[in-house]
Write a new protein. Structure first.
Length: 426
C-alpha cells in the first residue's frame, strides 16, 4: 500500500476536473429533471419549510421571524446562515419563484461539488492518492451523495461542506501551524455553528486533537481561533439575547424537538403530526406563548414523559441509533423495491464506513481517532431527539473515504496473498 501523504509543509493540489464534473452533473440534473419546480401547496411549504418561511420574512422586511404559517414573531428555530443566504436569493429573484428555487439549488450544488475537493485532501493526507481519487469521484457522481443538493432547500449541503473543510484545516494545522490557519479554523467553526449548531458538539474533540499533535501547542493560535469563532457566532447570540431576553447561544427550539421525539406516545420517530408546522393547535399555542416559553413548556413535558417511562426512552433511543445508521423507514409505497434499494444502499454505506474506520484505527492511520470522535459525537443529539437520513450527511464524506480505504486495503491484501502463492508455487 502506498504511504499516506501526510507530510509537514506538503502542499496538496486537488484535481479541479472532479469539481467541475460534479457541479455540472448536479446543475444539469436539477435543471433537466425540474427539481426546482416546487408545488405551491400550503403557501409554498415545500419550498424550504421553516427555512423558506424565515427567508421570506427576511426578504419582506419582517426580520428573522415567522418560521411557520402567518406572522408568529421572532425566531431562533433554525440557524441563521442558510435563511440569510436564501433571503438574498429571494431579494434577487423573487420570493418562492422558480428562478429562486433554481438558484438556491444551484448554490447547494456548488457546496456539494466543492466537497469533492475537501474529500480529496482529507483522503490524500490520511491515506494515499488512490483513495483520494476514488473518493472524490464517487462523491462527484454517486446519486445518493447529490440528493440533498438538487432536491432539498435546506442547510444540509452547506453544513456538510463546512464540516469537511473544518477537517481539512485540522489536518493542515497538525502538519504546519500558522496564524492564518488558526484564524480560518475559528471562522469555519463559527460558520458551522451558524449553519447547524448540532455539529458544535465535535468542536472540543477536534480542537484537542489538533493540540495533541502540535509540537508547539501555541496558546496564541488557540486564542486567535477562539476570537474569530466568537466574532462569527457572537452577534447571533447577542441578537437572541436582545430579542428574547434569554441566553440562546444558537437555537431556541431544543425543548420542542425533545418533546416531538420523546413525548407521550412517541415511538422513536419524530411526531410530526404534533409539530406547529402541521398541528393548528400547536401553532396557536406557539404564537401566543412565544418561541422560548413554548419550547421550555414542551421540554418540561418531554422530561416528565421520559422520567415516567424510562423503558420507552431506552427503546426509542435504540431505535434512533438504528435509524441513524440504517435509514428512517418510509411509508409503504407502491414501489416497494425502491424502498428496499434505498435502505440497502444506506446500510451498505454505514457498514463500509464503520468497517473502514475500524481498519484505520487498527492500522493507526493519520487522523483515525479524529474520525472516530466524529462518528461518536455527531449523532449523539439525534440519538436523543430524532432521526432523519439527512442528519448523517455531514459524516458521509468520511464514510466515502473510509469505505474506499476498506476496499482498497482488501484488494491489496488479496493481491499480496496471490503474489505469495505464486512465489511458493515457483
Amino acid at each position: 500500500m502506498s504511504a499516506p501523504s501526510q507530510q509537514a509543509g506538503k502542499e496538496f493540489h486537488p484535481p479541479w476536473l472532479v469539481f467541475w464534473v460534479a457541479f455540472a452533473v448536479r446543475v444539469l440534473y436539477l435543471t433537466l429533471a425540474h427539481t426546482y419546480r416546487f408545488r405551491p401547496y400550503d403557501d409554498h411549504m415545500l419550498f424550504g419549510e421553516e427555512m423558506g418561511r424565515v427567508a421570506r420574512a427576511l426578504a419582506t422586511g419582517y426580520g428573522f421571524s415567522d418560521p411557520f404559517r402567518g406572522h408568529t414573531g421572532p425566531t431562533a428555530w433554525v440557524g441563521p446562515l442558510f435563511p440569510l443566504l436564501l433571503a438574498g436569493v429571494f431579494k434577487l429573484c423573487g420570493v418562492f419563484s422558480p428562478l429562486s428555487a433554481w438558484l438556491i439549488l444551484t448554490l447547494n450544488s456548488l457546496f456539494s461539488a466543492l466537497t469533492t475537493l475537501t474529500i480529496w485532501e482529507i483522503a490524500a493526507r490520511c491515506f494515499n492518492l488512490n483513495v483520494a481519487g476514488w473518493s472524490a469521484w464517487i462523491w462527484a457522481l454517486y446519486p445518493a451523495a447529490m440528493q440533498y443538493a438538487v432536491r432539498w432547500v435546506w442547510d444540509t449541503s452547506l453544513t456538510t461542506f463546512l464540516f469537511s473543510w473544518v477537517l481539512v484545516l485540522a489536518l493542515r494545522l497538525r502538519s504546519d501551524e500558522t496564524p492564518r490557519r488558526w484564524a480560518t479554523f475559528g471562522v469555519l467553526w463559527g460558520l458551522t455553528g451558524l449553519s447547524n449548531p448540532a455539529l458544535l458538539i465535535f468542536l472540543p474533540a477536534c480542537g484537542l486533537w489538533v493540540l495533541a499533535g502540535s509540537p508547539k501547542r501555541p496558546l496564541s493560535g488557540v486564542i486567535l481561533a477562539a476570537v474569530f469563532f466568537t466574532v462569527c457566532l457572537g452577534p447571533w447570540t447577542w441578537r437572541n439575547w436582545r430579542v428574547f431576553h434569554h441566553f440562546v447561544p444558537a437555537r431556541g427550539n431544543f425543548g420542542a424537538e425533545l418533546y416531538l421525539g420523546n413525548g407521550p406516545g412517541s415511538t422513536g420517530l419524530l411526531m410530526e403530526y404534533d409539530h406547529p408546522i402541521q398541528a393548528p393547535d400547536q401553532l396557536r399555542l406557539y404564537t401566543a406563548m412565544g418561541e422560548i416559553a413554548y419550547s421550555k413548556m414542551r421540554g418540561e413535558r418531554a422530561m416528565t414523559s421520559m422520567r415516567s417511562d424510562p423503558d420507552r426512552l431506552v427503546k426509542n433511543t435504540l431505535k434512533r441509533v438504528f435509524f441513524f445508521w440504517a435509514g428512517v423507514p418510509h411509508p409503504v409505497s407502491r414501489t416497494e423495491w425502491v424502498e428496499y434499494a434505498r435502505s440497502l444502499n444506506f446500510i451498505f454505506g454505514s457498514v463500509c464506513g464503520l468497517l473502514g474506520l475500524t481498519l484505520a484505527l487498527r492500522q493507526k492511520a493519520p487522523a483515525a481517532w479524529l474520525f472516530a470522535w466524529a462518528f461518536l459525537l455527531l449523532p449523539l443529539v439525534y440519538y436523543g431527539v430524532a432521526a432523519h437520513a439527512r442528519f448523517r450527511h455531514p459524516l458521509e464524506p468520511l464514510i466515502v473515504i473510509l469505505g474506499v480505504y476498506l476496499f482498497q486495503s482488501a484488494e491489496l491484501t488479496k493481491t499480496g496473498r496471490n503474489r505469495k502463492l505464486r512465489e511458493l508455487g515457483t
